[in-house]
Design a protein around this ligand. Structure first.
Ligand SMILES: Nc1ncnc2c1ncn2[C@@H]1O[C@H](COP(=O)(O)OP(=O)(O)OP(=O)(O)O)[C@@H](O)[C@H]1O
Length: 692
């Protein structure tokens, strides 16, 4: 050790770490993070140090502990596996260490759990698992964990819970069974789909144990859920609303909920947002009523955006020294700790402060008007087949886009909160099963859903919060796979877009996604015709539902209608017959158009694109969207800033709050643009925007 520079300092150790005895030859333990929550407010925020183990690993050096004490520890005494370097570790099944699942044994996990992990080919813990499992399983600490989307957070809390229950069962086997509270753990999630997914994930990990897990969510038969609870499952995975309902109805299994030993709240930042999930607060109040029980409980709090800090407005930044910064991660964590009633918590934050999204994610944008969004969506879906998730901000928007794309003969699956639960799950399953499927969803699908190999995430509208952007985008590029996310932004969304870039450390802007401008005319023709067909069909549906209501009402009341009214009814009928013919004609026109290929088959070439009208960009015929975006981002020529695209004066709001171009401005610019058209191709694009 002599001569080596080691900046280690003594820390107090939790005796529970050595509940299984002190490992032979142990000479050092490394603490992973040092959020000093106790001294919150006592120091200026800027001076607080953060040791980030991730960064040390990212330097591709061995962890300090291994380097300094290699000879004494010989790797296997390290609680953090030696191969823990990135989120997921590529491993060879030939490796002895892998075969023996040694990385998992170090956490003191039971054989039954390790066997199930081996079955799933989970040969190593992911980074967040490696950093939390020692403190959670051996140290029995409460954990606040923040790690990127798709990094394996579910097992980071799932394994300590399963392991803890197995230990308790073993211990209580020797004692009187009366002491055993059958309900051991509660896991809460914000959505029903996520609860079902977490339940399935844990059931797979617990397959060689006798632990029973039940799911309790709204939208499904309450009787069936009561039946499941009557089997006394040790773990209940639930959404807060239905769970609270069953507690209040006096369900006997849930009556001992205040004695649970484990509580996990997935997507905690969302669950504790003000104005949401009131039932969660009721549940917390109930389970925190008895202090003794609260102290005996181990708590887990996880989210990819747990420590996301929002950019503060300038006037608040000035006051920062004097005022509590409510968006600081320290403040947020302190609030969560208080609310949940955590004792002696450990914070493991391995999110990157300079970029909150996954490294394998390619992020870009398309700047356009509201009206043009449909064109670009259609263009993208036709050009880049693959499993695609489109996010909208409202149910109405999902319905409208679903209907338009269906008219355009694109098979899409909607997902939103006002659908029947059975249909929601069915659509999700179809999306999972078909690698070419397209799901249009609200934020109900933004968090937690683990659908393997989503190729593209498109944001039809700017997400309402930066958190929502991170989670929506995190449905792709999971488990170290590549993925692309494209934001469609219109001028009214520019300010929130720029704010998002700053919050996520994206600099001023994201790169533009290149779109072949020469194809857009054909795309517009189809989409416009489809819009017309859709509108006419809607009118017809309305008319036919109204048709005959008067006569029916008269019949019901046993009265005879006036001749005038009868004639009006007949005219309406003729009208609708004519419009039906008209719709059929339009449908036929659209079908003919859709039968022709929109992209020239067998041709790759250089095209003027939205980002780059004068310098042509090569787009290969079968290139993936992610490659096209990466190539475009690398070719720096002609990158247009979002601010430039939406120059002030080009757009004006109409009464619906939509952005509309100023007519006078258009005429003036039209003339000027026509003059400039030949000399500068770059301005063609500008003109097109102004001319909407
Ligand atoms: N140790 C492991 N080795 C390999 N794969 C793993 C491991 N642990 C988890 N996974 C897989 O990684 C994927 C992502 O895991 P999970 O859904 O828990 O991510 P997450 O961090 O909770 O994501 P999100 O923030 O989006 O909720 C899942 O398919 C899971 O089965």
């Amino acid at each position: 050790m002599k001569g080596k520079r080691i900046n280690w300092k003594p820390v107090e150790l939790d005796q529970a770490l050595f509940s299984n005895g002190i490992p032979e030859g142990l000479v050092a333990i490394e603490e992973c993070t040092d959020y000093d929550l106790n001294v919150f407010q006592s120091q200026p925020l800027e001076t607080k140090k953060r040791k980030n183990v991730e960064q040390r690993y990212a330097n591709k050096k061995k962890p300090k502990l291994l380097k300094s004490f290699k000879s004494a520890c010989e790797n296997d005494l390290d609680l953090i596996p030696s191969k823990c370097g990135s989120t997921f570790i590529e491993s060879s099944a030939e490796d002895e260490e892998v075969k023996n699942m040694e990385a998992w044994h170090k956490f003191g996990l039971q054989e039954s759990l390790i066997k199930a992990l081996a079955d799933q080919n989970f040969l190593y813990p992911t980074h967040i698992q490696a950093l939390t499992l020692p403190s959670a399983i051996l140290g029995k600490k409460d954990i606040l964990g923040a790690a990127e989307t798709g990094s394996g957070k579910t097992l980071a809390f799932g394994l300590p819970i399963l392991s803890g229950i197995l230990k308790r069962k073993e211990l209580l086997d020797h004692k009187s069974s009366d002491e055993f509270n059958p309900l051991n753990a509660l896991i809460l999630t914000p959505t029903r789909e996520l609860a079902i997914q977490v339940k399935n994930h844990l059931t797979a990990a617990a397959k060689y144990t006798d632990i029973k897990i039940a799911v309790v969510v709204g939208g499904m038969s309450a009787e069936k859920q009561e039946r499941l609870l009557s089997k006394n499952p040790e773990i209940v995975v639930a959404t807060p609303g239905r769970l609270w309902e069953l507690i209040q109805l006096g369900n006997s299994h849930l009556s001992s909920i205040d004695k649970i030993r484990f509580l996990a709240i997935d997507e905690t930042d969302r669950m504790l947002e003000r104005g949401h999930f009131q039932e969660l607060h009721d549940i917390l109040e109930k389970i925190n009523l008895m202090q003794n029980e609260q102290k005996n409980r181990q708590n887990f709090v996880f989210s990819a955006t747990l420590t996301l800090e929002h950019e503060l407005p300038k006037h608040l930044l000035l006051k920062r020294g004097r005022k509590i910064n409510k968006s600081s991660s320290e403040y947020k964590l302190k609030k969560i700790i208080e609310l949940i009633g955590m004792t002696n918590p450990k914070v493991v934050d391995i999110t990157d402060r300079t970029g909150k999204t996954v490294q394998t994610l390619t992020e870009c944008r398309i700047s356009c008007s509201i009206d043009e969004k449909d064109y670009y969506i259609y263009y993208f879906l036709k050009k880049y087949p693959g499993r695609t998730l489109i996010f909208c901000n409202s149910i109405g928007c999902v319905k409208r886009l679903n209907s338009l794309l269906s008219v355009l003969q694109i098979n899409v699956l909607p997902l939103h909160a006002s659908m029947q639960q059975r249909q929601r799950l069915k659509n999700l399953d179809r999306f999972r099963d078909d690698p070419q499927s397209i799901l249009i969803a609200t934020d109900v699908a933004a968090r937690g859903l683990d659908i393997p190999s989503v190729d593209h995430v498109l944001h039809y509208q700017m997400p309402r919060t930066s958190e929502s952007y991170v989670h929506r985008s995190g449905r792709t590029a999971r488990a170290s796979k590549d993925g692309i996310t494209v934001l469609l932004i219109d001028p009214s969304e520019l300010q929130s877009y720029l704010r998002l870039c700053r919050t996520l450390g994206k600099g001023e802007d994201m790169p533009l996604f290149p779109v072949q401008q020469n194809i857009l005319a054909a795309v517009k023709q189809r989409v416009n015709l489809a819009r017309e067909v859709e509108k006419l069909e809607l009118q017809n549906r309305k008319k036919s539902s109204e048709k005959g209501w008067l006569q029916k009402a008269a019949d019901d009341m046993d009265i005879i209608l006036d001749d005038d009214l009868v004639k009006e009814e007949e005219d309406n009928f003729l009208d609708s017959a004519n419009s039906l013919k008209y719709v059929q004609k339009k449908r036929k026109q659209l079908a003919d158009l859709l039968n022709k290929p929109v992209f020239t088959i067998g041709f790759s070439g250089k095209y003027p694109t939205l980002m780059n009208a004068s310098n042509l960009l090569l787009i290969e015929e079968n290139d993936k969207a992610i490659n096209v975006a990466k190539n475009a981002a690398e070719s720096k020529t002609g990158r247009l800033k979002a601010k430039w695209l939406f120059k002030k004066g080009n757009y004006k709001s109409d009464e619906k709050g939509r952005k509309k171009t100023d007519n006078k401005n258009i005429q003036k610019r039209k003339k000027k643009t026509l003059r400039d058209k030949q000399s500068s191709k770059n301005k063609i694009y500008k003109f097109k925007h102004v001319n909407k």
